[in-house]
Ligand binder design. Structure first.
Ligand code: IYR
Length: 220
């Protein structure tokens, strides 16, 4: 049955104001960086809640909202995640990743050590739900799960940046250990792990540059 339909509350914005907002938002987002040097400064749970709610406004296939965010602050659990992630990462860096892949990562300077997984106040793991459950408990297929979760992840990152926190899209591979440690059901697959917190006072980031508009956009 179609849902009842309600008027869309459209906020009309004057064109000069639209441009001003566009510039301001771009400038803000252009300052976002993936950070790997984190501080142990605590982050109130409410901020993480708001970021997850914002991520959860993402459009999704047939509005199935096929995501679960697991937010971890428990130190022993963070330590277990670090240990398991570093074990997989060592195997990846020491053989599973191709020479070409390792070369591509060289400018970024990553390695198998992930101390931030123990230092950060929060680890948020986004799980993608391949299927969900109907009210009667039967399985309900989800659609465009990867796309939906990708969009939710983008909104999550933007929300954290807006509130003055930093994060990193960490994808230890394979990520099955996260399903086990976080006790997630088999219909969910780990999608991205986000360490969330404040940067360390001496944090550095690689001096990388974003492609200019003319390299990423084509006009017809
Ligand atoms: N998952 C590994 C390797 C890695 C892969 C890519 I592609 C990156 O952009 C960064 C890292 C790690 O987290 O170190």
């Amino acid at each position: 049955m179609p849902l009842p339909r309600i008027p869309y509350e459209f906020e009309s914005v004057a064109e000069d104001e639209m441009l001003a907002r566009a510039e301001a938002f771009y400038k803000k987002m252009e300052q976002r960086r993936s950070v790997r040097d984190f501080s142990d400064r605590p982050v109130p749970r409410e901020l993480i809640e708001r970021a997850i709610q914002t991520a959860s406004t993402a459009p999704s296939g047939a509005h199935m909202q096929p995501w679960t965010f697991v937010a971890v602050s428990d130190p022993p659990l963070k330590r277990q995640i670090r240990t398991a992630a570093e074990k997989e990462e060592r195997e990846s860096y020491d053989g599973r990743m191709s020479e070409e892949w390792l070369e591509a990562l060289e400018p970024i300077g990553t390695d198998a050590n992930k101390p931030f997984l123990e230092i950060v106040p929060w680890i948020v793991v986004l799980f993608a739900q391949r299927s969900g459950l109907r009210e009667d408990g039967t399985k309900r297929k989800h659609y465009y799960v990867q796309e939906s979760c990708g969009i939710a992840a983008g909104l999550f990152i933007a929300a954290l940046h807006e509130m003055g926190l930093v994060t990193l899209t960490h994808t230890p591979s394979p990520m099955r250990f996260l399903s086990e440690l976080l006790e997630r059901p088999s219909n969910e697959a780990p999608y991205i792990l986000f360490p969330v917190g404040f940067p360390a006072t001496n944090a550095t980031v690689p001096d990388l540059h974003r492609k200019p508009l003319k390299e990423v956009a084509i006009w017809k």
